[in-house]
Design a protein. Structure first.
Length: 173
């Protein structure tokens, strides 16, 4: 899989800031959309399109920076600081799984990476909740969140794969 040479200095910082701003905007807009499923924690996770893109195009380190900044700023701007813990736990586990899958998946299989990572994101959030609440009862949500995470992850993965292929086509012309 071809990855462009890493951007340095101001160019890299600008790219990371723009992608963080895009992911944060998507996150904040999505937070305003009511979810028709009455299960706590279920949402599309559209901001993860940017994370998947960053892992496969920019590399693991830059994707981690974008993710950490988006999670922190999302908690600050939404005014829900408790989400910082849940999002950070889920996001870091999701990122780790994507990094591992990046080694074995081709560019045509990006769509497969996202649902698997989304399931681990939900697992990470539930583990954080279990630790913070001091009970493992929250893991009863796991089957529902696995189904929801696989479905939403498939959607975001397909979006990320389409985005990457579209930007590749634009850069070749």
């Amino acid at each position: 899989m071809w990855t462009p040479p890493p951007a340095k200095g101001t160019r890299r910082l600008t790219r990371l800031a723009l992608l963080t701003a895009i992911a944060l905007t998507i996150f904040l807009v999505e937070a305003q959309i009511p979810v028709p499923i009455p299960i706590p924690g279920v949402k599309l996770g559209l901001a993860n399109i940017v994370t998947v893109y960053a892992v496969f195009v920019l590399g693991c380190g830059d994707a981690l920076l974008i993710l950490v900044c988006r999670v922190f700023l999302g908690a600050v701007f939404s005014g829900q600081m408790m989400t910082l813990f849940y999002s950070r736990g889920g996001g870091l586990l999701c990122w780790l799984v994507m990094v591992l899958l990046r080694r074995v998946l081709t560019r045509r299989q990006i769509w497969l990476c996202s649902p698997i990572a989304a399931i681990f994101h939900n697992l990470g959030q539930l583990l954080v909740a279990a630790v913070m609440l001091g009970t493992w009862v929250v893991l009863a949500y796991l089957p529902y969140l696995v189904i929801a995470g696989a479905a939403s992850g498939l959607f975001t993965g397909l979006c990320a794969q389409f985005l990457i292929h579209r930007l590749d086509a634009i850069s070749r012309s």
